[in-house]
Design a protein around this ligand. Structure first.
Ligand code: GLC
Length: 419
């Protein structure tokens, strides 16, 4: 890729990463998210790789320093306590080497590591070699504990990184958050409550955390008890892509990649299992009841990123892009559950756009360019927000956001012709 002329935006994006750097890891944004988040860090790394390759590797290494013995890499690492965030380690009771949450997040790290490795194959070789077995262990943790018909399930809405998407509505409605007790949210002290999940959602989030903790995050026990288990396009497509990238990195490094091709085939079958024929779209499927969520979301469009092209999905993408000026919306604007400002129920997220766009660009599909340009315009006009209202571009959530800055540096601020 060639960079557009290095503008103020480039400098600004770089400054955001530097300002959010807490020494070896990057926080998503000051105040609202004061710790290291898993997939945020993977995007931060590829952003850093554009101007400081050593720091890029360090970001991923710090993330893996929190890996649990069973292979899980937590969604939050609480490196230093911060009273401005709830729920902290005292609520989660994570059982790894660093205070942490008890769930994971979409495994984009191997994909971003591969991009960094390709930029730094010689100097970065030893670092890639050291990360490879850790990444494989993590991916295999998903394969061992999270599969349903080969698709990857989430066991908490936060695990998909798309906290309140309508995909979870059915599974959430079956939870009775009895005994959750009193707690004080902190998120709504940082940003307006209308842009955040509701109390109904929050009670269930916390109830699920309390259950995991009570079971000491024992996956076998959780598999039996947890009512929330949804086969999810985010996880399925991202793990499939990550496993392909990890395989390629392993081969380039001459490491043992035995079994990985079969695992990829299993995930490919899993991807087909989340195709909702009635909707004509990839969709969430409740693993307990088999019910479809009935959602065309931005995660539905990660299929190209995973190497799973689909004409039907492409038609939906064109349709939703035509409905709003600043796509890709996180939920179908023609759905009655669409809410243009509420987090994952409508707003546009730059990281999702980057993965959707990269996937389409892999296939030489001009829609990829359209997604990239929409993202570029959003950031140029409205800054580095956490997410945006797709109907008018209004920036929402946290400001000076790490992953939006990283998306600018690594993708949206570049032209695609030399990909
Ligand atoms: C929110 C997002 C999640 C992200 C985190 C930190 O919880 O939904 O995807 O990782 O914030 O940015």
């Amino acid at each position: 890729m060639t960079s557009l002329p290095k503008t103020d935006l480039w400098d600004h994006a770089q400054q955001i990463l530097i300002q959010n750097d807490r020494g070896g890891y990057t926080i998503p944004t000051a105040g609202l998210y004061p710790y290291q988040w898993n997939w945020d860090s993977a995007f931060a790394a590829v952003g850093f790789a554009q101007f400081d390759i050593d720091r890029a590797w360090t970001e991923i290494e710090t993330l893996f320093s929190g890996q649990w013995e069973d292979g899980m890499v937590p969604h939050i690492l609480f490196h230093k306590p911060d009273p401005g965030y709830y729920p902290g380690h005292d609520v989660w009771g994570g059982i790894g080497p660093i205070p942490s949450s008890g769930i994971s997040q979409p495994p984009v790290a191997a994909t971003m590591a591969r991009i960094i490795f390709e930029q730094d194959a010689e100097a970065g070789r030893a670092r890639a070699e050291a990360l490879f077995p850790k990444m494989l262990h993590w991916h295999r943790w998903f394969l061992k504990w999270r599969l349903d018909q080969g698709a990857v399930c989430v066991t908490h809405p936060w695990e998909a990184g798309r906290d309140n998407t309508p995909e979870w509505d059915g599974a959430m409605a079956r939870i009775d958050p009895v005994g959750v007790g009193e707690y004080t949210r902190r998120d709504t002290t940082h940003v307006d409550g209308s842009m955040r999940p509701t109390k109904y959602d929050y009670d269930r989030y916390i109830w699920l955390v309390q259950m995991g903790r009570r079971l000491n995050w024992d996956q076998a026990a959780l598999l039996k008890e947890n009512p929330f288990r949804v086969a999810d396009p985010t996880m399925t497509f991202i793990l499939l892509r990550a496993h392909r990238d990890l395989l390629m990195m392993g081969q380039a490094l001459g490491l043992d990649t035995g079994g990985m091709e079969d695992e990829i085939a299993l995930l490919e079958a899993g991807a087909q299992s989340i195709w909702n024929p009635e909707l004509g779209s990839f969709d969430g499927r409740d693993a307990h009841t088999g019910e479809w969520a009935g959602c065309v979301s931005n995660a539905s469009f990660l299929n190209w990123y995973a190497g799973v092209p689909s004409d039907g999905q492409r038609a939906h993408l064109e349709r939703v892009m035509d409905l709003v000026p600043y796509g890709v919306p996180s939920h179908d604007p023609s759905s009655d559950r669409f809410d243009s400002k509420r987090y994952w129920r409508g707003p546009t997220w730059a990281i999702m756009n980057m993965m959707i766009g990269l996937g389409l660009e892999d296939y030489g599909d001009p829609l990829g360019q359209r997604v990239r340009e929409a993202t570029r315009e959003l950031i140029t006009r409205f800054g580095f927000a956490e997410y945006y209202d797709p109907t008018d571009g209004t920036p929402a959530g946290g400001k000076s956001f790490t992953w939006t800055a990283a998306v600018w540096l690594a993708w949206a601020g570049k032209t695609e012709e030399t990909n």
